[in-house]
Design a protein around this ligand. Structure first.
Ligand SMILES: [Zn+2]
Length: 253
């Protein structure tokens, strides 16, 4: 069986390069989140303030309605007591009705005062809300363009990530599955170098430990799945030196 050892080597290295770029692009996409959060910080703070104030206004409005209903009830009670006062027969009965009437009227007066002071408070909170909303709108329009700019950049990075992932899939499809499995395991373990071509003088391309001669020959001729005994990377056949440069042969000891 003949094996194109150069092809296995270049495919694995290509895969590693793509994975490296995927990692970098993914980090880039994520870093935009932090940038957006930082740019958005003043807006978020103002939005929180607006929310707190409008909640307060809502609570005060509810309280106002509750007080108004209570006052309404007391006014009806006052009216009924006044009607009853016209129908009392004894002084004692009249005194009792008068006493109750007095109590209800005082309570009613108090509630009406409370409504007035609530309205006053509501007015102040609504003024504050208005100012806060204006501030929020200003901050939003100040931050808006910068934010859309970053979002667009992030979108660009996402698109790039998607196309890299497609590229990786294509590259992986062309690879011997045994290599792919070992490679993926190494890469998943967080290794930056999962594969390295053997150097021209027979050392691991990652840690430069010398590889036994017999294994060197196998690597050159049949591309067995060999892992460096020292550092664990997959060692593939040396890369064909490009016509001009020969970076592989430059390294050595
Ligand atoms: Zn090694």
């Amino acid at each position: 069986m003949t094996v194109d050892t150069g092809l296995v080597s270049s495919r694995l290295l290509e895969l590693q390069t793509i994975d490296q770029r995927i990692r970098e692009t993914r980090e880039q996409v994520e870093s935009f989140d932090a940038t957006i959060a930082a740019v958005d910080e003043p807006v978020r703070r103002l939005a929180d303030e607006v929310e707190v104030t409008s909640n307060r206004v809502r609570e005060l409005r509810l309280e106002e309605r509750r007080l108004r209903l209570a006052a309404e009830g007391k006014r009806e009670r006052v009216q009924r007591l006044e009607e009853r006062l016209n129908m009392v027969r004894t002084i004692r009965e009249e005194a009792a009705v008068q006493a109750e009437l007095g109590l209800v009227r005082r309570a009613l007066d108090q509630e009406e005062l409370d409504v007035v002071s609530l309205l006053d408070q509501i007015g102040r909170f609504e003024d504050r809300l208005e100012i806060q909303r204006e501030g929020l709108e200003e901050a939003q329009s100040a931050v808006g363009p910068r934010k859309s700019e970053i979002l667009a950049e992030q979108e660009g990075a996402r698109a790039q990530l998607a196309s890299l992932e497609t590229e990786r899939e294509l590259c992986a499809t062309g690879l011997d599955q045994r290599y792919l499995m070992v490679y993926d395991n190494l890469a998943r373990g967080g290794r930056r170098d999962a594969v390295a071509p053997m150097t021209a003088d027979g050392a691991c391309g990652s840690c430069f430990s010398l590889i036994p001669l017999q294994v060197q020959n196998e690597i050159r001729t049949s591309a067995p799945l060999v892992r460096c005994e020292a550092c664990g990377v997959i060692v593939t056949a040396p890369m064909e030196a490009p016509e001009d440069a020969s970076p592989e042969t430059a390294i050595g000891g």
